[in-house]
Design a protein around this ligand. Structure first.
Ligand code: FAD
Length: 504
């Protein structure tokens, strides 16, 4: 008899969601996490009294989260206190133009009317149609398995008006948002969200062009830091007997006759399981944990054709004063052409861009308890995307320089005089990210997400190549993101329930 019904490898959002729901379904479930902290990219660490988020800085589209708790018969609000953030963001151009976008769509319309009167009519049309579509599509697509054409067709048959969404899957992000804006700065302010899915506007799926609108449905920050989300999911699961072990690194899966039988930990011990759910990067799952020798040739080729997602250097800053910002998120970037150029001329050529997109997060605006009294924190994606290669291990050598450069830019574009109030400066390079989470090359969203790597083109939640193997999290459809990784966790738990002939 196996030690566990299900072993989940990785306590990221996908892993914990799958684990908790499996426990809720009566399966003896163990989650193994190599780090001492749960949550993966959606987590928080303490440093001298400052509580910095590892990566994710807000959550929007909270329905999958609510759904995960509902599936356990729980209320999300009993586990996670989501505080609304309004405005959505403040936008700063390199020339110093600033504007701020509130949640309220009517107020946003007024801002557009003032800043880009030539775009007003197009924006209103885009906004009205987009809001309707989001509402409709949310119901249809949330936590829906889209792993085959026939499953996607079933969704279309059940929600026939979803066909109106098709153009968004066929177009890129830039094509979608140019429907709304010609004004350079307004267009840029709805284009940078393409990087939220890990691709520049000309490569990102058009479906992510809707993020600019979906944010008007609300963006939220959990009290206690982003770790409050995975912790809430874990605690709900523990109520059903879920076991979670941190500091437990899995070295490989036990595979016999193309079926997974358990995992081998780095201390040499083996844990057997009826099935394993991997929350790791999909390439790592197959090429390292399962191993090429255990894969059919077609699967090896298919898996090798995926690329890792882009890395992002992060800057974590402590300040002894309240920063002169006016939103949880401040974005500093140039035009949409500039964003595409950063990808083509710098990132893909292995060069660090001079100035690219920076996303400054100010968590203490929403939850002051994250810093000592009177102090604030900023966590900052700085000049992203910046490549892992060819620097590799040499990222260690330029870390201090990168931190200095980041502070210089913070002062230049957003917060003059910030250096005089600096009490803490930590830099997390792509190499640090790789070391912390074992994400190859520091990739932040598992696998690269462009128009050709979503739905049935992304890695499946139930492996086709290896029996008893499931995948959960950012490497599966819909890719990286807090709600999407949770949704993937729900889909995977459903698959396991089906295969184990449980109610789900
Ligand atoms: C810088 C950054 C900013 C982001 N901003 C946002 C945002 O604002 N909003 C949003 O919605 N999303 C954001 N995201 C994306 C979101 O955080 C992630 O897509 C999501 O959290 C990924 O969840 P996951 O389930 O794929 O697991 P991951 O977070 O990838 O976790 C995987 C876990 O597996 C563990 N692990 C790895 N190898 C092993 C091993 N061998 N043995 C055991 N355990 C192992 C890791 O330590 C990790 O804990 C951001 C991500 C980053 C990095």
């Amino acid at each position: 008899m196996a030690d566990y019904d299900i072993v989940v490898v990785g306590a990221g959002l996908g892993g914990l969601t799958t684990g908790s729901l499996c426990a809720r379904n009566g399966l003896k479930t163990l989650v193994l996490e190599q780090s001492d902290i749960i949550g993966g990219c959606c987590s928080t660490f303490e440093h001298d009294g400052y509580h910095f988020d590892v990566g994710a800085s807000i959550v929007e589209l909270v329905r999958p989260l609510e759904m995960a708790f509902e599936r356990m018969g729980k209320n999300m609000s009993d586990y996670v206190d989501l505080v609304p953030c309004d405005p959505i963001y403040s936008f700063i151009t390199p020339e110093g133009n600033r504007f701020t976008i509130p949640i309220d769509i009517e107020e946003t319309n007024e801002i557009v009317k003032k800043m880009a009167p030539e775009d007003y009519d197009n924006w209103i049309k885009f906004e009205e149609f987009g809001m309707w579509l989001l509402d409709y599509a949310m119901e249809a697509l949330i936590a829906t398995d889209m792993s085959t054409f026939s499953r996607a067709l079933k969704v279309v048959l059940k929600y026939p008006k979803i066909y109106k969404m098709l153009p968004y899957f066929l177009k890129n992000h830039e094509m979608v948002v140019t429907k709304a804006f010609a004004n350079r700065d307004m267009l840029a302010s709805v284009s940078f969200q393409s990087f939220f899915a890990g691709a520049p506007p000309y490569l990102g799926s058009g479906i992510f062009g809707m993020i600019a609108l979906s944010e008007h449905l609300g963006i939220f920050y959990p009290r206690g830091g982003m770790i409050a989300i995975p912790r809430g999911i874990m605690e709900a699961g523990q109520g059903f007997g879920l076991e979670v072990r941190t500091g437990a690194k899995v070295d490989r899966f036990v595979v016999e006759d193309r079926a997974v039988k358990g995992v081998v930990l780095s201390d040499g011990s083996t844990i057997t399981a009826r099935a394993v759910a991997s929350n790791l990067n999909g390439r790592v799952t197959y090429l390292k944990m399962v191993g090429p020798d255990n894969l059919p040739n077609w699967a090896f080729k298919a898996v090798s054709s995926y690329f890792n997602s882009m890395p992002c250097p992060m800057i974590y800053v402590g300040l002894d004063t309240r920063p002169d910002l006016n939103a949880h998120h401040t974005i500093v970037t140039g035009s949409v052409e500039f964003m595409n150029e950063v990808w083509d001329k710098y990132y893909t050529k292995g060069l660090i861009p001079e100035n690219a997109m920076s996303l400054i997060c100010w968590p203490t605006e929403t939850d002051p308890s994250l810093a000592p009294d009177g102090h604030h924190i900023l966590s900052w994606i700085c000049n992203a995307p910046a490549p892992y290669s060819p620097l590799g291990e040499n990222w260690d050598l330029i870390k201090d320089w990168y931190g200095e450069k980041a502070i210089g830019e913070l002062e230049r574009y957003a917060l003059p005089g910030a250096r005089d109030h600096l009490t803490k400066l930590l830099v997390s390079t792509p190499l640090d990210f790789e070391r912390r989470l074992l994400h190859p090359e520091g990739g932040i969203y598992g696998l690269f997400s462009d128009m050709t790597s979503l739905a049935m083109f992304r890695m499946r939640n139930r492996s086709l190549a290896v029996k008893n193997l499931y995948l959960t999290g950012a490497s599966t459809h819909f890719g990286g993101g807090v709600p999407t990784s949770v949704a993937s966790g729900v889909v995977t738990a459903d698959k396991i329930a089906q295969d184990f002939k449980l109610q789900g």
